[in-house]
Design a protein around this ligand. Structure first.
Ligand code: HEC
Length: 399
């Protein structure tokens, strides 16, 4: 197709959309419509540089229609894009407000169910189930890509990673992990996915632009939890059978130190400043506080029975732990390890995740096939919702 003038371009685009009308978009398809219409004449960056009110975006839209934007032909699409722009590029500060669990559609909850082999997707505000995605056999860990567009689910039974598109909940399988891939962590630029493979005693590194493995790093015995340091330079791997943590230099892709912790070191969390590492020893019922600079345990804190998931408050002050066998969630002082609160949670809480604002703690209760929401200020359960079979991981994320 040969075009002579911008007007011809616009006209032919209008013609195109007339001949092949876009399928009627679903309620949250604003981004799709935006991509189809608002990049025809200029880069999306021109639009992204702005933070405007709804009225101001309406004015821009009217102007673009005047300039020949084909969105002219669909009132519905105009509304979708307007909603999308206000949602993602409202006035300064609006982005933060959007991340509150109070705003419908702003925050999503993803629950990995080991036995029903799926991921349930809930709206954090309405607590409604938005959809489910089938994944591989015996799914376990779940990691969001930094741009929020994908989720990576490690499947222990099918030895692969399911990639879920968060917009459509469509899935694809990525091969190349080791045996029984358990957990993963992703670099802040989204390029590298690190997967722990307990039965191969390795971490595999996957290039997410090509979805292929590029390195295999031998670590300690039976590696499970993996976490990156905030600067991305170190990858911490908790080795259950070795009772230690392998510290990987991500640039060199090799283990540079091994920190002895306690038997059955299973899961871990890193403080926002990167100075402290919290290592959960499930069978030993304790959490090792590790100073990363010295690479040694500075405190050992006894918790409830069979602790699994841990999460830190956004400011690093409070460490939340799910104790599966004693059926509770504990809040510890992130510095001293002192127990601040113990909240009973029935049904074998296995994992915990915080809302972006830190106000809600979601728990995955494996035996009860439910998730519970704890108000972190009142420190009590405010809701419990049925999900799939044997929920073992939960992730809460702003859209
Ligand atoms: C037909 C071509 C065309 C399409 C399609 C188009 N624009 Fe534009 N856009 C322009 C032109 C031309 C300008 C520069 C206008 C000017 O300099 O006054 C512009 C400028 C802008 C600006 C900067 C405005 C300002 O006042 O600084 C924004 C924001 C913008 N467009 C948003 C959008 C959005 C949102 C859409 C999709 C609904 C869109 N554009 C679709 C042609 C287009």
């Amino acid at each position: 197709m040969k075009l002579r003038s911008p007007l011809a371009l616009v006209l032919s685009l209008v013609a195109l959309t007339t001949v092949w009308p876009a399928p009627t978009p679903a309620a949250d398809n604003g981004e799709v419509v935006f991509n189809q219409n608002c990049q025809l004449c200029h880069t999306p960056e021109r639009v992204r540089a702005k933070h405007l009110t709804k009225e101001e975006w309406q004015q821009v839209m009217t102007k673009m229609i005047g300039l020949g934007c084909p969105i002219r032909s669909s009132k519905k699409n105009q509304e979708l894009v307007l909603d999308y722009l206000v949602r993602t590029q409202g006035p300064a500060g609006a982005a933060v407000a959007q991340a509150q669990p109070g705003a419908k559609g702003a925050v999503r909850v993803y629950v990995v169910d080991e036995e029903s082999q799926d991921v349930w997707v809930l709206d954090a505000a309405t607590r409604e189930v938005i959809g489910t995605a089938k994944v591989g056999a015996l799914p376990h860990g779940i990691t969001p890509s930094p741009d929020g567009k994908s989720l990576y689910v490690t499947n222990m039974g099918s030895n692969d990673v399911t990639i879920i598109d968060t917009a459509t909940l469509k899935t694809m399988s990525m091969r190349g992990a080791g045996l029984n891939p358990h957990e993963s962590a992703v670099s802040s630029d989204g390029r590298w996915l690190y997967v722990s493979n307990p039965s191969s005693n390795t971490v595999t590194v996957h290039d997410m632009t090509t979805h292929s493995p590029v390195a295999v790093i031998p670590v300690g015995r039976f590696p499970h939890g993996v976490e990156l340091s905030p600067d991305g330079k170190r990858l911490y791997v908790a080795n259950r059978d070795a009772g230690d943590v392998s510290v990987i230099d991500t640039a060199a892709r090799q283990v540079v130190t091994t920190i002895p912790t306690a038997p059955d070191s299973h899961d871990l969390a890193v403080s926002p400043d990167g100075k402290m590492l919290y290592v959960v020893s499930t069978d030993a019922d304790l959490i090792s506080f590790v100073e990363t600079a010295q690479g040694r345990v500075v405190k050992s804190v006894k918790v409830g029975r069979a602790p699994y998931g841990v999460v830190l408050s956004p400011d690093g002050a409070v460490l939340w732990v799910a104790d599966t066998d004693s059926q509770d969630v504990e809040a510890l002082n992130g510095l001293t390890g002192e127990v601040i609160a113990t909240i009973p949670v029935t049904g074998g809480p296995r994992d915990v995740a915080l809302s972006p604002d830190g106000k809600q703690l979601w728990t995955a209760n494996a035996e009860a096939n439910t998730v519970s929401i704890i108000d972190t200020t009142q420190r009590k359960i405010i809701a419990t919702i049925p999900v799939g079979k044997h929920p073992i991981h939960v992730l809460v994320r702003a859209r």
